[in-house]
Design a binder for this molecule. Sequence first.
Ligand SMILES: [Zn+2]
Ligand SMILES: [Zn+2]
Length: 218
Amino acid sequence: MPTIQGALILDHLTVGPFQTNVYVVGCSHTKEAAIIDGGGDAQGLLAIAEKHELNITQILQTHAHVDHVAALPELNKALPNAPISLHKADKMLYDHAPEQGAMFGYPVNPLPSVTTWIEEGDIIEIGDLRAQVLWMPGHSPGSVIFYFEEQDTMISGDVIFYGSMGRVDLPGSNPEDMRKSLKRLRDYPDATRIYSGHGPDTSLGREKQGNPFLSQDW
Ligand SMILES: [Zn+2]
Ligand SMILES: [Zn+2]
């Protein structure tokens, strides 16, 4: 079901063997939209945009793990003018997506080039919506959260999940960075809705209480 918060339209699909959540985030005023994580089911993502009468103008990546990027070749064919944004610290993972895929038994075609390297503090515009880029490394070196402050909404990728956090035992993971990222996340408002890369959505308040990786030092 789509969530509508002011100008923000948010809808998602759960795709692939890792049950990855991939999102369409659109502005109800201008009808511009972004895909956040081209992880799978390109046609399904395009169908969601059509259902909400949204025009996909860009693709934003929370990070470059294979289950979040596997549909980018097909999406890039369908949307050749939509820039692809990724944090530069995930360049290595992105460039080696086919090898990453092989490691997980997950065939991936070579990916289209990244158009825009994003970093901490960048503001991304989607129509009238504004998303801040929060660099939250740990799960991967270039993991980011897209924070729509006005709408109290975060698209968190694999930084935080309902009751849990992203793995920190993968190539490029760093538990110490993850600890710092989650500590930083505690400073944001409890009312913030969190839409994760895996599992159900939650709120930051709920996670500050019930998520052992966020509620206490580890
Ligand atoms: Zn991941
Ligand atoms: Zn993932």
